[in-house]
Design a protein around this ligand. Structure first.
Ligand SMILES: [Zn+2]
Length: 358
């Protein structure tokens, strides 16, 4: 979904666009349990969403019969001989998510896998529904290899949404930003790419956000509430990702006497421990994170970002981490004030115990 997926001819494009607008309008009416995801790129902007597939098969999932340690609900259009590979793929992404703080934020979330009927790329669509337990739906192309599935960012993005108990009621940029930030971190930590690529991907995302300036007269909070009309996915998602990066840097820079280094990973672990008994708004989550971290980081950044008219400055925080940019290419140096913190964002937990490796 890296940038443009081919689309379907002008007519289908227009029809899909119309369908998507209707869908988004309908969904905003039920936004408390629906978190429409996987945007962040021009695929969504081009209106590709296989509505018919999702509608016709949403009730037809069956539990798989393989001997597995957690359950995936496979749609009836997934052939038996494909299930083991898809299971391995989902297991890999669960492992990546566990690299945030050592365990899954929600142990019993439901993964639903459906076959795409024409989408391009390994995983043309994904979404999270905030039920209890939450459900992650992924639509895959059946001809994709395991390597292609693993290299697609969608599953890491959708799983990362589970890191906060977000009720999808306000500030969607806040939730999409978290998923956009952690999709890259979890992919890097699970070995899909190296540290330099991690920072290049984040920088490239911020740049895409910065290029989207055609609603520069609207604040991010308003823009985010009207995403179906303005379609400013880049600015909304990547402003959000920058919010979480800045919070992460601020936490890691908090040198508390005799305390081990602190981080967003650990703040989210604390949030998981205290507050996953119900869904919360973005504002409530920010307040809770402030409380847990004995800081004002999350609410003050929330005010700042909500009132932004373009993605805030990302070059300064990147530079503080030792990420330099020349002609769009990043390089890394270890002499910056927060170079150690940058390295720690990439590495995260050094190792998981093998009993958790499922
Ligand atoms: Zn998302």
């Amino acid at each position: 979904m890296n940038i443009l997926k081919p689309y379907l001819g002008v007519f289908s494009y227009l029809i899909l666009l119309a369908l998507l607008s209707i869908g988004l309008t309908a969904m905003s009416a039920h936004s408390h349990n629906i978190d429409l995801n996987h945007i962040g790129d021009e695929l969504e902007a081009a209106g590709f969403k296989d509505d018919k597939l999702l509608q016709s098969e949403s009730k037809s999932t069956t539990k798989n019969s393989l001997n597995q340690s957690y359950t995936i609900n496979f749609a009836t259009n997934i052939p038996e001989d494909k299930k083991a590979q898809l299971y391995t793929w989902a297991k890999h992404a669960r492992k990546a998510l566990r690299l945030v703080y050592g365990k899954l934020p929600v142990e019993d979330f439901v993964t639903i896998i459906k076959a795409s009927k024409g989408g391009k790329g390994a995983v043309p669509w994904g979404e999270v529904n905030r039920y209890s337990p939450p459900e992650v739906t992924l639509v895959v192309n059946l001809d994709s290899s395991l390597e292609a599935l693993k290299a697609d960012w969608t599953i890491y993005h959708e799983f990362s949404h589970l890191l906060i108990p977000y009720d999808a009621g306000d500030a969607r940029w806040f939730s999409e930003g978290l998923a956009s930030y952690y999709q890259n971190i979890t992919q890097a930590r699970v070995g899909m790419f190296d540290e330099k690529t991690l920072w290049q991907k984040l920088y490239d995302g911020f740049e895409r956000g910065n290029k989207q300036q055609n609603y520069a007269h609207q604040r991010l909070d308003y823009l985010s509430d009207h995403i179906g009309e303005n379609r400013n996915y880049m600015r909304i998602y990547w402003s959000g990702a920058l919010y979480w990066l800045k919070a992460d840097i601020a936490l890691r820079a908090l040198a508390k006497k005799n305390a081990p280094p602190y981080s967003l990973d650990l703040a989210l672990a604390q949030l998981q421990a205290c507050c996953f008994d119900r869904y919360l708004s973005a504002t409530e989550i920010a307040h809770k994170l402030d409380q847990l971290t004995e800081s004002k980081i999350f609410t003050s950044l929330l005010s700042e970002f909500s009132a932004s008219y373009a993605i805030p400055d990302y070059l300064t925080p990147l530079r503080s981490l030792g990420v330099e940019v020349i002609n769009g290419q990043i390089s890394i140096n270890d002499q910056a004030i927060y170079s150690t913190q940058r390295r720690a964002i990439f590495i995260g937990l050094s190792k998981l115990s093998s009993k958790n490796d499922r």
